[in-house]
Each structure stands twice: as C-alpha cells, then as structure tokens.
Design a protein around this ligand. Structure first.
Ligand SMILES: [Zn+2]
Length: 184
C-alpha cells in the first residue's frame, strides 16, 4: 500500500470571517487565531475538507448557479496534531506579558510597545524568554542600557499563559459565536 504523504494544512490566517476548528472542535491555532476570509472558507467547504458548524445569518454569496450562506465556523473533518510548543516571537512576548510594560505596569496597544532586553544586548544579553520583556517606548528610552529587573519576573510561557493574554486583549473583536470554541 502506498502511504499518502500528509497533506499540509497551512492556511493563511489573515481574516476574521470564519473560524477554523481542528477535528477535535478546538481552534486549529490560537496565535494567531485560525480564522480565514470568506473566500477561503467557501473554498474549504467545496473541497469537502470541513464541516460547517455555523453560518453567518445575514451574509450570502452567489455564484451563477447557487446561493449560499458564508460559514462563520467550520471544523476540519480530520484531527491534525500540532506541537504545543510555544514559539518565541515578539507577538508572543506581548501576549505573555498581557500587553503590559513590565517596568511601568501600564497596558498599551501593540503599536506602542517594544521588546526590551533585560540584560542589554551590548552587555551580552540574549534574545530569549528569560531575557526579554514587553516595554513601552518611554520606559525603553529611559532604561537605555541599564539593567533593571521587570516585575513580575519573566518566564517561559505555556500555551495557556498566552491564551490568557489573548483573551484579555482581543476577546472583544471576535464574533460572539466563536467565544465558546476559544477555550484552552
Ligand atoms: Zn513603561
């Protein structure tokens, strides 16, 4: 028997039209949340790789021969296993710290935040979970190359930690229909 190579399940995660759930009913990915634009969602339905869970009530699209409702939540027919490892990235550092500058304790929008090396790079500080913190631009300027310990102490986050951060900041912009599915 010829073993089929596993089809890659990479989907562009760039829109908020339709939430994609893995075969186990949980989002395919959390960071970013696995949501696609309506065209991709409709294509997925046509390829029969997904089951429609919910449709947008007042949103229909037409082809020359058919009219259909745009799905709001779809679920993959199969369960794809992904690593639960949390990747080190700028966005994930912001999520870990809940978009809070760990020096002044204020919450900021992503665009007003930066990543600060606790032990500055110029003093041999590395870029990893244990040596970077979310920092607002003004604290970043003031700190310059001094060594100041942020509070709380930084750590390597779990998936659950990141999800907490995402819920705090982004919950409002998700479709209300999605809320029950976005649980770690
Ligand atoms: Zn600050």
């Amino acid at each position: 028997m010829i073993k089929k190579t596993k089809k890659s399940c990479m989907i562009l995660l760039m829109s908020n039209d339709c939430l994609i759930l893995n075969g186990n009913g949980k989002p395919l990915s959390y960071f970013p949340l696995s949501a696609v634009d309506w065209k991709t969602a409709v294509k997925l339905v046509f390829t029969r790789n997904v089951i429609i869970i919910k449709e947008h009530k007042d949103w229909e699209v037409r082809s020359p021969s058919q009219t259909f409702k745009v799905p709001s939540i779809v679920m993959l027919r199969k369960y794809y296993k992904f690593s639960k490892k949390v990747k080190f990235s700028r966005s994930n550092v912001f999520l870990r710290d809940m978009f809070t500058c760990l020096y002044c304790k204020e919450v900021f929008e992503k665009k007003d935040l930066t990543i600060d090396h606790i032990i500055p790079k110029s003093k041999g500080g590395e870029t990893n979970w244990m040596n970077v913190t979310t920092c607002c631009k003004s604290c970043n300027l003031q700190k310059a190359d001094k060594i100041i310990n942020p509070s709380p102490e930084v750590k390597k986050p779990s998936l659950r930690d990141l999800l907490k951060g995402q819920k705090v900041v982004e919950a409002k912009k998700f479709e209300t229909d999605w809320q029950e599915y976005i649980v770690a």
